[in-house]
Design a protein around this ligand. Structure first.
Ligand SMILES: NC(=O)c1ccc[n+]([C@@H]2O[C@H](COP(=O)([O-])OP(=O)(O)OC[C@H]3O[C@@H](n4cnc5c(N)ncnc54)[C@H](O)[C@@H]3O)[C@@H](O)[C@H]2O)c1
Length: 273
C-alpha cells in the first residue's frame, strides 16, 4: 500500500528534471499524475527547455509504475491555460489532491544590463506562473476540504545572487506567495510549503550556456569541467533527493508543515539567514 494511493497530483514543469523525479516518486506511492509543461522555447533562455519527447518519456516512466499519467502542454504564464489544466484534471481523474508548482527557467544578466524581456519572462514564469498554478487548483481543494501544495523556490530566496537578480527576486516572491496562501487556506485543510534547493543536477544548469557563465576563464567548458567545479563546491543535489522532501510534505506525515520554506542545500544554508 502506498502513501498516496488513490490521490491525484498535478506537476508543472513535469517533462524532465525535478518534475520528472517528483512524478516518479509520487507515482511509486500510488498517485496518478498530471504533467504540465510548456515543451517550447522561451527566447530569453539560453538552454533548451523541456521537449515533447521529454514529456512523452516521463509519461512512459510513470505508466510503467502502473499509475495513470496525463500529459498536458500548457504554459504557466497563461491563467486560462492553467485553469484549463485544473479543469481537465478534474474532468479526467475526478480530483486534485496535490499541486507541485515546479516549472521554472533560468537566465543570466547583471541588473544594469538586463533586457526588459529577460526580466519579464523570469517574473512571468517563475513567479506569476506559480500564482496561476495556485489560483487554478485552490477553489477545487477548498471545495473538497483538503489539499497539499508545494512550490519549488530556491536557496537564492535566502540571499542575493550576482547576475540572477530577476531569478532571485522571483524565488523570494514565491516564498511570500506560499506563506500568504498557507494563511488563507489552512482552515480548509490545505497545506502550502516551499522547497528551496541549492544546485540540482538537471538540464537547467547542466548545459553549455551555463558552463560558459560559470567558467568564463575556460575556453570551451565541458560537462566534466562543470562536474569537477560542482564537486569542489560540495556536489550537486540529485532531483530524487528533492523528491524525498516533497514526499514528506504531500503525505500524511507532512500534516504539520504549513507555510514553511525548507532549504535543501547540503549545508549551504549555514551561511544564509
Ligand atoms: N536545477 C537547479 O539547480 C535548481 C535549484 C533550485 C531550484 N530550481 C528550480 O527547480 C524547478 C525545476 O527546475 P529543474 O532543475 O528541474 O530544471 P529543468 O529545466 O530540467 O525543468 C524545468 C521544466 O519547467 C518547464 N517550463 C519552463 N517554463 C515553463 C512554462 N512557462 N510553463 C510550463 N513549463 C515550463 C521546462 O520546459 C522544464 O521541463 C525550477 O522552478 C527551478 O527554478 C532549480
Amino acid at each position: 500500500m502506498g502513501k498516496l494511493d488513490g490521490q491525484v497530483a498535478v506537476i508543472t514543469g513535469g517533462a524532465r528534471g525535478q518534475g520528472r523525479a517528483h512524478a516518479m516518486a509520487l507515482a511509486a506511492e500510488g498517485a496518478d499524475i498530471v504533467l504540465c509543461d510548456i515543451t517550447a522555447q522561451v527566447a530569453s533562455v539560453a538552454y533548451p527547455l523541456g521537449s515533447e519527447q521529454d514529456l512523452a518519456e516521463t509519461v512512459e516512466l510513470v505508466r510503467a509504475t502502473g499509475r495513470r499519467c496525463l500529459p498536458i502542454t500548457a504554459d504557466v504564464r497563461s491563467r486560462e491555460q492553467m485553469d484549463s489544466v485544473a479543469a481537465q484534471t478534474v474532468a479526467d481523474f475526478g480530483r486534485i489532491d496535490i499541486l507541485l508548482a515546479n516549472a521554472g527557467i533560468a537566465s543570466s544578466a547583471l541588473i544594469a544590463d538586463m533586457p526588459e524581456q529577460t526580466w519579464r519572462d523570469m517574473i512571468d514564469i517563475n513567479l506569476t506562473g506559480v500564482f496561476h498554478s495556485f489560483h487554478a487548483v485552490v477553489p477545487h481543494m477548498v471545495e473538497r476540504g483538503r489539499g497539499r501544495i508545494v512550490a519549488t523556490s530556491s536557496i537564492v530566496a535566502r540571499m542575493g545572487a550576482r547576475k540572477s537578480g530577476h531569478y532571485t527576486a522571483a524565488k523570494w516572491g514565491v516564498v511570500g506567495l506560499v506563506k500568504s496562501l498557507a494563511l488563507e487556506v489552512a482552515e480548509h485543510g490545505i497545506t502550502v510549503n516551499a522547497v528551496l534547493p541549492a544546485g540540482v543536477q538537471t538540464d537547467m544548469i547542466m548545459n553549455p550556456a551555463t558552463y560558459r557563465e560559470l567558467m568564463p576563464d575556460i575556453e570551451n567548458p565541458t560537462r566534466a569541467d562543470a562536474m569537477a567545479m560542482f564537486e569542489a563546491g560540495g556536489g550537486l543535489i540529485q532531483p530524487a533527493e528533492v523528491s524525498e522532501m516533497i514526499l514528506v510534505l504531500v503525505s500524511e506525515s507532512g500534516r504539520r508543515y504549513n507555510g514553511e520554506a525548507i532549504t535543501i542545500s547540503g549545508g549551504m544554508s549555514a551561511n544564509t539567514i
